[in-house]
Design a protein around this ligand. Structure first.
Ligand SMILES: Cc1ncc(COP(=O)(O)O)c(C=O)c1O
Length: 403
């Protein structure tokens, strides 16, 4: 076969996104994906093509992305260690910074030990592949993040899906699946598109009744839920405990990387059994230092968590009073519902005209007629920013005919 014949087989795959993106972005004003923003370091504003806009769709929840202390820590790490880590953690890639970061994550998560990966995606695929394989079964919520889905596929374990946040459905699934091998239930603590929270206490009971381990992905929970931002266990007043906690260092914590926290034995096992840990380069020094400093600031400045929780609630209240739905959101992730995909694109365009960036999320990422602007409230916003954004969204919703 010659090269062009080989490429021809790829053509249907290339055509799918070529056509879909062309369809969605037929007007330049509707372009929302891959737009380059220049974020202002000391505010929630961003610059796009010379226009200063309030960014309402970034998920740097703790507002620390431009923080002087975090920036200085990253610079000092580069001065001390350079820009790369010379390899994977098991060979030349470990620095004292990685060890300090892992100790800080473990302490923050309330676990014996933690392990840090190059991304949240790698952490999820790494922990799942390290825990389950052929002969084992993973039970996942229908809305679990793609990295969990991919981790399950790569692991070779059987995968069983249950309806979103539906514990009774999970229980039926557990009861009707052979009770053999490792059984692992995985949920997101906070769902990234809807901003709702997993029903942890009920999940724990069902897992215990059916010999299943419980793993949570705290990506959108760290710094966001629980009185001091410690995530889903704290949110439910430590009534129950999970077996495996996973998170990212790319959202509330403004860096890159992912982590897993748990008993020392589990973390030791992952250091040798987790392929993305063993076969992918260590987190860079600047990233490790930025994550470590942010985690320390989060613990010293609980006002950030309080602000996010209070202002998210107030923002939802302003939208609800105008008749806009935010479905089941109860966290800093607030889906502002538009309806059809077209309505969401128009809503985004008009919001931008009113000075606010709210990025649309459309099918198939969300169900039909639930296309939305995915909004995130951060500690970088001010109360005035929240009022300004709510006002802009309400005006745009009226102009689009959403309300
Ligand atoms: C719930 C959840 N888990 C994991 C990830 C992956 O994290 P990262 O972007 O750090 O690889 C994301 C990122 O969007 C996420 O939303």
């Amino acid at each position: 076969m010659n090269t062009s014949a080989a490429w021809a087989r790829l053509e249907p795959k290339l055509a799918y996104f070529r056509n879909r993106v062309a369809q969605l972005e037929y007007e330049p004003a509707r372009k929302n994906s891959f737009v380059a923003y220049t974020a202002e370091r000391d505010s929630a504003y961003a610059d796009q093509d010379g226009q200063r806009l309030l960014m309402m769709s970034g998920y740097s929840y703790l507002g620390l992305a431009g923080d002087e202390r975090v920036v200085s820590a990253a610079k000092a790490a580069v001065d001390r260690y350079g820009t790369g880590n010379h390899g994977v953690r098991a060979l030349a890639g470990s620095t004292p910074l990685h060890e300090e970061l892992e100790a800080e994550v473990a302490k923050f998560a309330g676990r014996e030990q933690a392990i840090v990966f190059g991304s949240g995606y790698a952490a999820n695929t790494g922990v799942i592949g390290g825990l389950v394989g052929p002969g084992d079964t993973v039970f996942i919520d229908k809305y679990d993040h793609a990295s969990i889905v991919d981790g399950c596929k790569l692991s070779g374990a059987s995968v069983v899906r249950f309806r979103h946040n539906d514990v009774a459905h999970l229980e039926r699934r557990l009861a009707s699946t052979p009770d053999t091998g490792v059984r692992l239930v995985i949920v997101d603590s906070v769902y990234s598109m809807d901003g709702d929270i997993a029903p942890l206490v009920e999940l724990r009971k069902v897992c215990d009744a059916h010999n299943a381990l419980l793993m949570v992905d705290e990506a959108h929970a760290l710094g966001v839920i629980g009185a001091t931002g410690r995530g889903i266990e704290e949110h439910f007043d430590y009534e129950v405990k999970v077996d495996v906690k996973v998170g990212t260092l790319s959202k509330g914590i403004p860096s890159m990387g992912g982590w897993v926290a748990g008993p020392a034995e589990l973390i030791h096992h992952l250091k040798y059994a987790s392929r993305p840990f063993l076969f992918s380069a260590a987190l860079g020094p600047a990233q490790a230092a930025a994550a470590l400093e942010s985690l320390r600031i989060l613990q010293r400045e609980p006002w950030r968590v309080e602000f996010i929780q209070r202002e998210s609630e107030r923002f939802r209240g302003l939208l609800h009073a105008a008749g806009i739905s935010t479905v089941d959101s109860e966290t800093a992730v607030v889906p502002v519902i538009a309806g059809s995909d077209d309505a969401a694109y128009d809503f985004a365009t008009l919001s931008r005209k009113h000075g606010v960036i709210g990025l649309p999320v459309v099918t198939p990422a969300v169900p039909n007629d639930l296309a939305r602007l995915r909004i995130a409230i951060t500690a970088r916003h001010t109360e005035a920013d929240i009022d300004f954004a709510a006002d802009a969204f309400i005006k745009a919703a009226r102009e689009t005919g959403i309300i």
